[in-house]
Design a protein around this ligand. Structure first.
Ligand SMILES: [Zn+2]
Length: 695
């Protein structure tokens, strides 16, 4: 292994040397960094250099793959898999920088570059993953894998490559390959159609209010946001920030009904934007694809590469949550009915009343408003709280750096050190909204970790958020959702920064889709724990720790409405899963199917599936089909794992060391086996029910 690597490695050096002797690197993106830790020199990057950097990255990667293909020696793990994992460094470098900044410092120029790059990326992927010669080399290694001296991580990397090709159709004959290509093309078009229908139906609806009386009940901020320029009318749309407050607060019941039916009915209006036929086509195509690749159903095909492994395992979990959730939802419905009766509304609670009376109940039970809470959550204190938890749990420390280049003055950098003071990572934070930044919150890498073939590269990780900005003398004060978000994204960041994997394809957050949120969701748990919260939640003026009764109130209110929330979520996950397990779609009608599933489940009428089929974009609009269960799967893991901390102590060192192993391994080991090792048992769904206050 070392020998082959050595020749590859020296080849890279040689190429670099030649380049150096010819002329100094002039591309600002590719120029060797002189910054500490060779961190990206954002301050020197020129936007006009991206295309050239990408083109060189593509060419280099292609040449490296070609060299693997044309290698006259018999395929070995070293000359094929190692070589693939070591290839494409220039492309990795420019991609990590460009695609990150494209989200957080976007300009029209960046969008134009993206349009230039994406088709080339698709081409390159086709060249690699549709390549029979490459597959044959991988297959030759795979077929004799038991006789090779590979460790578990290498075995997983090999398996991932092999399965990646097989799932893409590499084992099919030419005719079947053509069929698969045809199916994939049709699927791609059908998904685009689904999305454009949904978008069009979404846009087609507008509730225009001209009579002020119809605004009764709505908070002033909601009214202001809906006001037209002349101030004589108010427009509500089906975008969530517009329609949800309307459902929550508008006193006019018939208008609530109108908005509710329009929202859940998107894509189901028997007009030009109707998605029912599109859904049937997508389900049929997916089934054909799964059968062609040797699976019983599309659900089996998807789950085969997940931690859950089978639809049966995922269904078992969903059903175990279902009963207690519906039971609680029925109790919630009775409570809402009581308020309506007390007010003399003379109605039976319907779906369009649920949000409205829930808000009344929330106000009555937990009069919590942001103004009481946010002064305790100054951003700097919350971040320090997240750092301190990581120090207590995993021994890592954080040193603020002012000498590492950043791409915006609001970005801050930290060096992350392990318990012995050794360098682990660079951590960037970018917390406030800008016109050039996408909505939401996320974690990504600027530099990916690798520790193979004599190269040990530590990762550089960023958290990007859109928190409330400082206002004049008032610092950035977070609400409780934002506080949880900070800890959530920081959990992903720790996963990326602490990684001790070797191969980049299984490093850090490169784990199975239904495993990755364990690390972010569990990290949230410390932020709201009554022992931990007062250590960082200190009033920004007085410095006084958050009062215990406020924490208590927040904890109680966190279970509020959880029957409804869990029911709509589990129902959507079941719908997603079960629709992809059907044997015969010839008479399939998604509305009929939703009804049938409703009665099978004993789903209560006043709650809708969180998404109905015709507007379930996760499932029919893109790559998350048979993936909705994963939110709950990961939640079981994080609740179950955190219960061990609750039992042993939230900073118990032995428990933390066990969990650190899960963080550090990335995708290099079997997640379920390692989880059992940490927990001493299978994950228990009852932990989720307890955390949601359902039992
Ligand atoms: Zn996440």
């Amino acid at each position: 292994m070392k020998k082959i690597f050595y020749s590859l490695f020296s080849l890279t050096i040689m190429l670099t040397t030649i380049a150096c002797s010819q002329k100094e690197e002039s591309n600002s993106i590719l120029k060797e960094s002189k910054a500490p830790f060779s961190a990206p020199e954002f301050n020197n990057f020129k936007v006009e250099d991206y295309k050239e950097a990408f083109d060189r990255g593509f060419a280099e990667k292609r040449a490296e793959v070609k060299e693997i293909l044309e290698n006259k020696e018999a395929p070995t793990f070293e000359n094929t898999i190692d070589a693939l994992e070591m290839s494409g460094k220039t492309l990795d470098k420019v991609s990590a920088i460009f695609f990150n900044l494209n989200e957080s410092e976007n300009t029209p120029q960046m969008t134009e570059i993206e349009e230039y790059v994406v088709p080339k990326m698709t081409d390159l992927n086709g060249y690699i993953f549709m390549n029979d010669t490459l597959f044959n080399r991988i297959r030759a290694i795979y077929d004799k894998k038991e006789s090779l001296p590979l460790n578990e991580e290498q075995m997983i990397v090999l398996e991932n490559y092999y399965q990646g090709f097989v799932r893409g159709g590499a084992l099919l004959n030419e005719e079947e390959k053509a069929t698969l290509l045809d199916i994939d093309t049709k699927l791609g078009l059908a998904q685009v159609k689904f999305n454009s229908n949904l978008l069009a139906d979404n846009k087609a609806f507008k509730l225009v209010i001209t009579d002020k009386a119809d605004l009764a009940g709505l908070p002033q901020s909601v009214i202001d946001a809906a006001a037209s320029e002349d101030g004589n009318s108010w427009v509500f749309t089906l975008d969530k920030p517009s329609c949800i407050p309307f459902l929550q607060y508008a006193d006019n019941r018939s208008l609530r009904e109108k908005v509710y039916k329009a929202y859940y009915g998107r894509g189901d209006n028997n007009n030009a934007n109707d998605n029912k036929a599109v859904i049937k086509e997508i389900l049929q195509l997916r089934q054909q694809k799964a059968k062609l690749l040797g699976f019983d159903s599309f659900a089996h095909y998807v789950l085969d590469e997940k931690m859950a492994k089978t639809p049966e395992a995922a269904l078992k979990l969903l059903h175990s949550i279902w009963e207690p959730a519906v039971k609680r939802a029925a109790e919630e419905r009775a409570e809402l009915q009581k308020i309506a009766d007390r007010e003399g509304a003379g109605i039976k609670i319907e779906g369009w009343d649920w949000f409205y009376y829930t808000e009344k109940l929330r106000k009555e039970k937990y009069a919590l408003n942001d103004e009481t809470i946010t002064p305790y959550f100054k951003l700097e204190n919350v971040l320090q709280g997240a750092f301190d938890c990581a120090t207590k749990l995993y021994g890592v420390t954080f040193v603020k750096r002012d000498d590492i280049p950043v791409y915006h003055p609001e970005v801050a950098t930290y060096e992350v050190l392990d318990s012995e003071g050794k360098h682990l990572s660079i951590f960037y934070t970018d917390f406030f909204p800008r016109d050039t930044k996408r909505q939401g919150a996320w974690m990504t890498n600027f530099v990916n970790q690798r520790n193979i073939c004599g190269e040990n590269v530590r990762p550089m990780v960023v958290n990007v958020c859109n928190f409330t900005s400082p206002q004049g003398d008032i610092p950035a004060l977070l609400n409780i959702d934002e506080t949880r978000t900070l800890f959530h994204e920081f959990g992903h960041a720790l996963h990326g920064m602490l990684t001790q994997a070797h191969y980049p394809s299984v490093s850090g957050t490169n784990v199975k889709h239904d495993f990755v949120e364990l690390f972010s969701q569990i990290n949230e748990k410390w932020s709201v724990h009554p022992e931990v919260m007062p250590t960082f939640a200190k009033h920004y003026i007085t410095g006084e720790a958050i009062p215990a009764e406020l924490i208590e109130k927040m904890q109680q209110s966190s279970h509020f409405n959880s029957g409804f929330e869990t029911t709509e979520l589990v129902a959507a996950a079941l719908l997603d899963m079960k629709m992809h397990l059907i044997d015969d779609y010839s008479n399939f009608d998604c509305n009929e199917y939703e009804k049938q599933l409703r009665s099978e489940l004993g789903f209560i009428d006043e709650i809708e599936y969180r998404y109905r089929s015709t507007n379930f974009a996760h499932v029919f609009g893109g790559g998350y089909a048979v993936g909705y269960y994963a939110y709950l799967w990961a939640e079981v893991l994080d609740c179950d794992a955190f219960e061990l901390f609750l039992e042993k102590g939230v900073f118990d060192s032995e428990t933390a060391a066990g969990f650190k192993n899960l963080i550090e391994m990335g995708g290099s080991k079997d997640p379920m086996r390692e989880y059992r090792k940490f927990r001493g048992a299978d994950p228990n769904p009852a932990a989720l029910l307890r955390a949601r206050g359902l039992i």
